[in-house]
Design a protein around this ligand. Sequence first.
Ligand code: UGA
Ligand code: MN
Length: 338
Amino acid sequence: MAGSKETQEIRRGKCACSTSRKRLVSKYLSVVFLVLAVVMLAYELSTVRIDRISCPPPYDRGVPRQELRMPSGQANRAERPAESVDLPTIYVITPTYRRPVQIPELTRLGQTLMHVPRLHWIVAEDTNNTNRQVLELLDHLGMPYTYLTTPMPSKYRKKAGSKPKGVANRNGGLDWVRQHATSGVIYFADDDNTYDIRVFEEMRYTKRVSMFPVGLVTNKGLSTPVVRNGKFVSFYDGWISKRIFPVDMAGFAINVDFLLKRPDARMPFVPGYEEDGMLRSLNITMDEVEFVAKNCTKVYAWHTRTGPSHGAARTILDAKYNNTNLQTIRENVYLNKK
Ligand code: UGA
Ligand code: MN
């Protein structure tokens, strides 16, 4: 007992002489901890990734457990096409950004993709902040999806002239595929285009890179490889320039395994040369390309554009609409800045 009392005293004595130093150290440690926590939180927020898997394995292969959640859009499951495990998965990467027509565009595209079996929709948004309206739509659709926030680097955003639209988004999607997929096909589907669901069955068995016609591109109204007797002849496109591969973003698909073997392949931040740069980085020649859509005779994808539209006017914020339907609607629409 005496010994322990002594020890206690010694300890107390020690404490007494170094209390202020200890306090200083612990203060210092808590500041360091706080700074670390803030940095980690900022990092997490800057790379938001949300995966929702509504179908049984093997969809969930490689997806972190805590991110697996059944979408609330269960009602739509019955309407989803039968899932056959034998089909290669199509990873559709869609760049998007906040604007008045965003949700209508994604609704139209999503309700096209819902008809395609074994499709995983990667929606990559040009933003730093998770977009609740997009997530609600994705949950409602009830299909397997991944939502990424992939902002355009500010050096490109600040630059005058044309911007590399959707490039950070598509590269973010490619990174996700590299981390989570081992087989299947990748397709870049802009949110404003129009797709016949037959295009997905044409690309599903792509071995390396497949190409197919896209309608409504440039003043020629069409972009496609020119094929004679099944052999590549040239490209038909309104803007050839210095491009080796003058094709539209919606006009090709890439095999996942083929991509995985080319770890440096990605899309360059060069406006107008995104497709060409991506295909060049895959180190492919035209005699390795597969010409699908019935030997490039069918147009199953169109480069449609939506005209500018007004978002909701801020008059719906007027207090006289409190406790009316407008109070709810204003939470769920694109509200004009002023
Ligand atoms: C054309 C091509 O089809 C695109 O693939 C290409 O990225 C673009 O030109 C380009 O070279 O800049 P276009 O119809 O002119 O497309 O462009 P948008 O449809 O306005 O944008 C392409 C995609 O990027 C869309 O899915 C859009 O939602 C997204 N985007 C656009 C962003 O993520 N951020 C933006 O600031 C603008
Ligand atoms: Mn477009």
